[in-house]
Design a protein around this ligand. Structure first.
Ligand code: R7I
Ligand code: MG
Ligand code: MG
Length: 303
């Protein structure tokens, strides 16, 4: 639900700079009119739903089934990345899941498409971080095989898992949280970005500075650390964290979705403002359906 809410809040501002958002809209606190209507979701949530469905049905990531479900759920109006469009087309044409990602880029995509959908893997496996990493990797590789695309997805999944383990009534100790993430992150570029986030958290910086330093782009490297930063900056407050994420500009739906996933994993669904939840689209695979998917995953986790 955190992914869904952040995606819907950010979507109308996709592609605008932080400065333009600040000058034109101020703080983003309402679900405003969007391409498919206020409160609608994009590819981020559509893919997250596919992944959650597979986890609910199999209890783990079954890559062939996931590939099939991403294709089945695909709605071209939701605004997919160019590389992911090519991968999904290849999958639809019968290319095996471990070959299809090469349809996007020679080494596979380094986009944030695998990270933006990964929250269900993080929450379902938060009690076993080794298993979480394995599941995150396999779920990413169905569409994204570039090392930076995979590493970004693993980092986001781990951050969701660690956030879920934190006491929802306490603030998260940012320095400790980032240190723990760095134990698992092997790519130097991601570690450098986490160190940068740690330095930036020491005092106030405006969204434009954060966007310059940590990024607001569609690559995993330039969006996952920024989302972790937004979660930690206003930690304990879902609304402020996700509002900050959208104010960075650029890939607003995705940084909103990933920050929403982190804050949601830490605080639970009741921390999401009621007026935001109420505004979410509620068609066939809308709000009620995603809530129910969450309950099904919780039951599997309990067992
Ligand atoms: O990762 P992906 O699914 O994109 C997700 C983004 C999110 O913002 C969604 O909300 C949606 O809007 O799209 O799709 P990809 O196309 O695989 O990756 C995103 C972009 O990253 C690509 O379109 C490229 O611009 C860039 N990119 C690369 N560029 C050069 N070389 C990704 N990988 C490469 C690469 O290897
Ligand atoms: Mg999107
Ligand atoms: Mg996006």
């Amino acid at each position: 639900m955190g992914t869904f809410t952040g995606d819907a809040l950010g979507m109308p501002f996709e592609g605008l700079s932080a400065g333009k958002i600040a000058r034109g809209f101020g703080r983003i606190e309402d679900m405003v009119e969007a391409r498919l209507g206020a409160g609608t979701y994009t590819d981020d949530t559509e893919m997250m739903i596919g992944l959650a469905e597979i986890l609910a049905e199999h209890g783990h990531v079954q890559p062939q089934a996931l590939a099939g479900r991403l294709v089945y759920n695909f709605n071209g109006d939701r605004g997919y990345g160019g590389g992911s469009l090519k991968v999904l087309r290849a999958l639809k044409e019968g290319v095996p899941w471990d070959q299809a990602p090469k349809a996007a880029f020679a080494e596979g995509s380094m986009g944030n498409g695998a990270a933006m959908r990964i929250a269900p893997v993080g929450v379902l496996n938060h009690h076993d971080l080794e298993q979480l990493e394995k599941e995150a990797e396999i779920s990413a590789k169905v569409t994204h095989t570039h090392p930076l695309g995979v590493e970004g997805a693993k980092l986001q999944a781990l951050a969701v898992g660690l956030a879920a383990k934190e006491d929802s009534k306490e603030r998260v100790d940012s320095a400790r949280f980032l240190e723990e993430l760095k134990i698992y992150t092997k790519e130097t570029s991601f570690n450098n970005a986490l160190n940068c986030a740690d330095r930036l958290l020491a005092r106030y910086h405006d969204p434009e500075t954060i966007a310059n330093e940590l990024g607001n782009e569609v690559t995993a490297l330039r969006s996952v650390p920024a989302s972790i930063y937004c979660f930690l900056k206003f930690n304990g407050d879902f609304k402020k964290s996700v509002s900050e994420a959208v104010s960075l500009g650029g890939d607003t739906d995705t940084i909103g979705a990933m920050t929403g996933a982190l804050a949601g994993a830490h605080l639970g669904v009741n921390a999401i403002p009621a007026e935001w939840l109420d505004a979410l689209e509620n068609g066939e695979k809308g709000r009620d359906y995603v809530m129910e998917l969450g309950r099904r995953l919780y039951k599997i986790w309990e067992q």
